[in-house]
Design a binder for this molecule. Structure first.
Ligand SMILES: Nc1nc2c(ncn2[C@@H]2O[C@H](COP(=O)(O)OP(=O)(O)OP(=O)(O)O)[C@@H](O)[C@H]2O)c(=O)[nH]1
Ligand SMILES: [Mg+2]
Length: 385
């Protein structure tokens, strides 16, 4: 590793919260959101098709059509090449230290035997790679290296190779589709999984690309949640559509998608309240939010991102399954990989669901987000630097 990287502690203390690059375009004018019309609110409460709302949508659609510009080329979000691997390795340090240390203690210049393979399987299961992955890695070593000398480093290389094979098909960048304006991104996930922070990080990445970003404070439950998003909006130069705390989330989201259209935003990112996947009524509320978005734009949301807290380990599998079914998740962001030794869960999720993984979060700062790259992640987690 050539570069000196900030330590994990510095990253956690917010060392990554650097000011935006000077070329960042000026922010959109602030959005002053009037309360949604009474009929819109009533409509959301009943979730039925309102005449007034449909007219309104048609008017907005007509206006938008008049102003339509040629579609831009598809643009994956930028990759910050420099120091990528170092940042990733430092973020994944706890996962890789646990595994790498464990591998070093099992593989001590002895001939590979069944007991060693079992210990390796246990290690991988403890690090949340899952039974299947553990069996694949052990099977590979048994086939190729049984009864022969093997070093810890060789085991790490085999592990990195197998992890890479599983992750490569899911490592897909978030592509802001051509000609889709606003590109609506809905974020969902359990409480505290990193939705709002991820929105701030994404807003920063997109603003640095010159995009007009608008944020929607769809977590209307808590005043603090609205303020938290407003801080991210100010920091990244993105106006935030808000409503009063305690107001109907779908009403606010309707307002936000409409305004994003009217004001020509390139991307609208919608925050939602954290909800447990096993709380049926909260999941129904999420479905209602999605229905309301579709009333303004039938093709939206164009991306539904599930944030997963890596420290929750195996429970993340249930979250993917249920949010996937109820909210039509299109891609994953795994957060807090810097604070856990359980990064292997990403491999188990990739193997079970095959959903695209767009980003990983490796700290609380605005820059602590990485586009997901399979080979680098595999090498970093296996401690094969
Ligand atoms: N170390 C670390 N902390 C993170 C990361 N992402 C988010 N956090 C922290 O996790 C906590 C929860 O993050 P939020 O973004 O508020 O999570 P949320 O999903 O919006 O939470 P609710 O709105 O309560 O559901 C905050 O203290 C964040 O700073 C990450 O990648 N690494
Ligand atoms: Mg939040």
């Amino acid at each position: 590793m050539a570069e000196k990287k900030p330590g994990l502690l510095e990253r956690l203390l917010g060392g990554g919260q650097k000011p935006l690059a000077p070329e960042t375009p000026p922010p959109l004018p602030p959005v002053d959101v009037p309360p949604a019309p009474a009929e819109v609110i009533a409509e959301h409460a009943l979730a039925g098709p309102p005449e007034a709302t449909v007219d309104y949508i048609e008017e907005v659609e007509a206006e938008v059509e008049e102003e339509t510009e040629p579609p831009p080329a598809p643009a994956p979000l930028p990759e910050r090449k420099q120091g990528w691997f170092q940042r990733l390795a430092s973020g994944l340090k706890r996962s890789s230290d646990q595994l790498s240390g464990g591998i070093a203690s099992v593989f001590t210049k002895k001939k590979l035997d069944e007991a060693m393979l079992e210990e390796l399987e246990d290690l991988l299961i403890q690090s949340d790679f899952g039974l299947e992955m553990a069996a694949i890695v052990a099977g590979q070593l048994r086939r190729d290296r049984f009864d022969r000398d093997i070093t810890a480093d060789e085991v790490r290389a085999v592990l990195a190779g197998e992890v890479r094979k599983v992750l490569e098909p899911v490592a897909k960048p978030l592509v802001i589709g051509p000609g889709i304006r606003p590109f609506v991104i809905l974020t969902v996930g359990v409480n505290g999984s990193g939705k709002t922070t991820t929105i701030g990080k994404l807003s920063s990445l997109l603003r640095a690309q010159g995009k007009k970003v608008m944020l929607a404070a769809g977590d209307t439950f808590r005043a603090a949640a609205i303020e938290q998003l407003q801080v991210w909006g100010e920091r990244t130069g993105a106006p935030v559509v808000t409503g009063p705390a305690g107001s109907d989330a779908s009403g606010l989201v309707f307002e936000a998608v409409t305004r994003a259209r009217e004001e020509g935003a390139d991307v609208l990112i919608i925050d939602t309240a954290g909800r447990l996947h096993n709380r049926d009524e909260l999941m129904s509320e999420l479905e209602k939010i999605i229905r309301v978005i579709k009333k303004v734009d039938a093709t939206a949301p164009h991306a539904t991102l599930l944030t997963l807290d890596a420290t929750t380990g195996q429970n993340a599998l249930n979250q993917v399954e249920i949010f996937g079914k109820r909210a039509g998740v299109t891609g994953l962001v795994m957060t807090k990989l810097d604070g856990t030794a359980r990064g292997g869960i990403l491999v188990a999720i990739a193997q079970k669901f095959g959903l695209p993984v767009h980003f990983i979060g490796v700290g609380e700062g605005v820059d602590n987000i990485e586009t997901f790259a399979a080979a680098d992640f595999a090498a970093a987690i296996a401690g094969k630097h």
